[in-house]
Design a protein around this ligand. Sequence first.
Ligand code: PA5
Length: 445
Amino acid sequence: AHIKFDSSKLTAFVNDHELAEIQPMVQAADQELRQKTGAGHDFLGFVDLPVNYDQAEFARIKQAAAKIQQDSAVFVCIGIGGSYLGARAAIDFLSSSFYNIHNERQVPEVYFCGNSISPNYLADLLAVIGERDFSINIISKSGTTTEPSIAFRVLKAKLVEKYGAEAAKKRIYATTDRAKGALKSEADAEGYEEFVVPDDIGGRFSVLSAVGLLPIAVAGIDVDQLMQGAADARSAYAQADVQQNDAYRYAALRNILYRKGYTIELLENYEPNLQYFGEWWKQLAGESEGKDQKGIFPASANFSTDLHSLGQYIQEGRRMLMETVLMIDQPRHDVEIPQEADNLDGLQYLEGKTMDYVNKRAYEGVVLAHTDGGVPVMSLHLPQQDAYTLGYTIYFFEIAIGVSGYLNGVNPFNQPGVEAYKKNMFALLGKPGFEKLGQELNQRL
Ligand code: PA5
């Protein structure tokens, strides 16, 4: 079974003719994407990546993962944004809820860092590693991003202290540009094993490249299945017709809704291991679409947890929200609600039912309540929580967001706005070349 997009609850919000009206625009967006005639066409490598990737490197990723599994108790992934979120989302999605303390796969603990500038976090991580064997994957396309660069220095110093300079180099895996950047130069000079972020793949579209694949493989996940799922999705979402192509129908509907004032989209789940999938999606959607003073604002929520916090707002607050629910049809486990002699807690009516049964009724109840409250709700049903389905789902959103950006008239594949804070930070830190801006900013502070 494949993933299934359900837009049947939108009847009160979108008329059938609206989909028909947007079809020619979807057609045009699809052409821009497939024929590489649209803005940002240098970054369309993700479209064919599931069937067009470096097989030799793919094999090397598996070998490196096997080596790391053998010689490391802890694996540290250093990266931020597109060089972080995909691997984190995939490993969380496909692993035990407590994988670093209880892992059925007998693989190294996996920790992520370099995704903040928090000294607390890094100091705590060093303590967690302790005296144990560990390896590092430093992931940075540009090779110059401040957060991962700082974390790398700190972790590298610990490696050198523990193993000595030469042996430390054998425990560092660098995923970066094939030709340029500080990390590339360092990796060449020091002889780290290198993996490539392809030129035509932007950070937020890179999870199925070495960026995501090495950490995912180290976590014991079947990367062949992951790629196969994405490859099958590529075939399934190859038509421009929104009635045939679920990913494009999703893209079209969220644009129709956006134009009616539903300017915020909440991606929701009912499984805590999907929380980071939401984080990955927020970068994918937000960085692709939020520009030129427009775009859907992507947010996420984890249910039923957030029904007890955000639920009130969603039900009755300002009417600008639309929802897309990720629903796992068959969770990795199910738990039966046990019998009790008395009915002191009032739960007798659920005895013998499973938690998944309750979760599904919660979902159905919420969909109807929110629909009645004036919130358009779409759902994406994922048959299982496995690598194949995840690959399929990743591709669904990547292709949908690409088309969605074109539908709203932006370049979905650049991110000029990410630079603004960086320039200021460099100036305030006194980085060479930023002296004048530094003076100006310091006067304003
Ligand atoms: O999508 C993007 O461009 C960003 O989120 C980057 O992925 C992030 O800034 C990390 O960049 P880099 O991989 O160059 O270190």
